[in-house]
Design a protein around this ligand. Structure first.
Ligand SMILES: [Zn+2]
Length: 286
């Protein structure tokens, strides 16, 4: 039992990742977010030997346009894909055009088969928040968090014992400050309900790595205008050289390699369901 992950594309022009959940009797294919058009998603799945028809489920982190492309409205009618979405985002998804009968809203844990436990973690982002996921597939554990304005304490309580982490690393603070973006936009991005800077993301990675044997770290959602992968590389070389060899920096234009995520040594084959230790109020604005 293991997980393969490829970030098919990530950035403000669209986010989508493929997960392959390997099982003794075959594999299950799911997407996290659907921010690329169905056509582009199919094009990027092709070299991995995966077709759109094989996608059995889509997990949405939230329903901003870069995570739910309107092209999926028609595709959702014809594809037999279940859309898993936190109940908090359901109205927004239906307003955006997702057919209600395709949606399977969840409160606690989306159901993806007995071998897979998904722990959804609400994180601060705009008014409705975003959903991070800890995906435990037979003890192989992937944490996935994008579009979070800051890293709340609950993140470290729930993102534990991971074999791999995908986390956004949106902007370089200096580039953001020096950009010609309107002040209100800068405040939205940097004010705790927008996105994580490279430094904030690395702080989270380093703290999380104390309790996880991270084999892969995939960085998501780099800003086209206010970030540069070379800056990120230099940051890790300076502050976390021991993590450089497991770093994958995703981009908008091409998929990452398929990352193989297996159970960390010494871990049980399946994690117990985590305790609820959080509330919306804790992570979202009042
Ligand atoms: Zn986004």
């Amino acid at each position: 039992m293991s997980i393969s992950l490829s970030v098919l594309g990530s950035g403000s022009a669209g986010n989508c990742s493929l997960l392959i959940l390997h099982r003794p009797d075959g594999a299950r294919h799911i997407l996290i977010d659907a921010g690329l058009s169905p056509q582009l998603t199919a094009t990027r799945l092709g070299p991995l030997g995966v077709s759109l028809q094989q996608i059995g489920a889509i997990l949405l982190t939230h329903v901003d346009y870069d995570h739910f492309h309107p092209g999926w409205i028609a595709a959702a009618e014809s594809l037999k894909t279940t859309w898993h979405i936190h109940r908090r985002h359901l109205d927004r998804a239906v307003q955006a055009g997702l057919p209600i009968r395709s949606a399977e809203p969840f409160d606690d844990a989306p159901k993806l088969g007995a071998a897979t436990i998904i722990d959804p973690v609400l994180l601060p982002h705009d008014q409705l928040g975003t959903t991070g996921f800890v995906i435990d597939h037979g003890g192989a554990r992937l944490g996935y968090a994008t579009d979070l304005g800051r890293v709340p304490a609950t993140f470290f309580q729930r993102f534990i014992n991971l074999s791999a982490l995908a986390i956004e690393s949106n902007y370089d603070r200096r580039m953001q400050m020096n950009s010609d973006r309107p002040a209100a936009l800068k405040r939205r991005i940097m004010g705790g309900l927008g996105h994580l800077s490279n430094e904030q993301a690395l702080d989270a990675v380093l703290r999380l790595a104390e309790h996880s044997d991270l084999r892969h770290i995939a960085l998501l959602h780099l800003s086209r205008h206010c970030n540069d992968p070379r800056i990120v590389q230099r940051l890790y070389a300076r502050r976390a050289p021991h993590l450089l060899d497991r770093l994958t920096i995703s981009n908008q234009h091409q998929p990452t390699l398929l990352l193989h995520i297996s159970r960390a040594r010494g871990r049980p084959t399946s994690a117990a369901q985590p305790q609820r230790q959080w509330s919306f109020q804790e992570v979202l604005p009042q």
